[in-house]
Design a binder for this molecule. Structure first.
Ligand code: SF4
Ligand code: SF4
Length: 197
């Protein structure tokens, strides 16, 4: 088992933030009467890059607790994923490859899945300090439910995102600004091991 770089108390803060993201999502999902049940798609093949050490480290709290056998299988899937993405990007295409953490349609590290996984599905927005907002319409199925409604509930990402940034600052401390920027797929994070801080 790989030692986590996160102290349990710090990991608990991330878990708490992740829980609140989930609650914010659930409130909107309930208001829209939206669930993933019966979805013909599985959006875990969406291509996303992740940008924080804190999420990378917390993902490794989950990976580190897996058996050696499951971890090996995960690393193999991550290597396949990385090769498929590289091939798609070389063709100038946006990769569409199933996430290596997805096992038989389910996330095998559900408690450790990243912020973007917790936000994808229902409509959301990100309001900037200047008042401008970026809108995210939700997945195709949620967009069908929302249809042409004028006013729809949405998760506001900004306060949650600010908390994540604060945790990133707390984790990096004086190293902030001296560490390489994170721009990684989940497969990259698996293949590189836990971040070294
Ligand atoms: S978020 Fe949307 S696309 Fe993804 S599994 Fe749920 S219903 Fe399907
Ligand atoms: S981390 Fe889990 S929820 Fe997120 S894309 Fe991968 S399998 Fe899906």
């Amino acid at each position: 088992m790989e030692a986590s770089i996160l102290q349990p108390q710090f990991a608990a803060k991330i878990a708490d933030l992740y829980n609140r993201m989930e609650k914010a999502y659930d409130i909107v999902a309930r208001q829209l009467d939206f669930t993933c049940q019966g979805c013909p798609d599985n959006c875990c093949d969406s291509y996303f890059l992740h940008h924080t050490y804190v999420e990378w480290a917390y993902l490794w709290v989950g990976i580190g607790a897996l058996s050696a056998e499951r971890r090996k299988a995960l690393e193999n899937r991550a290597a396949d994923y990385a090769a498929a993405c590289e091939a798609a990007l070389a063709r100038d295409e946006r990769p569409q490859v199933m996430c290596p953490l997805n096992e038989e349609g389910r996330c095998c590290l559900y408690e450790h899945r990243l912020m973007i996984c917790r936000m994808h599905g229902v409509p959301s927005s990100l309001t900037f300090p200047n008042g401008q907002a970026k809108k995210f319409p939700g997945c195709f199925r949620c967009q069908e439910i929302v249809g042409s409604r004028q006013a729809t509930p949405a998760v506001e990402r900004a306060p949650l995102f600010r908390e994540l940034v604060a945790l990133e600052q707390e984790l990096l401390g004086e190293q902030q600004g001296h560490m390489p920027k994170v721009k990684k797929t989940i497969a990259d994070m698996i293949l590189m091991g836990a971040p070294r801080l």
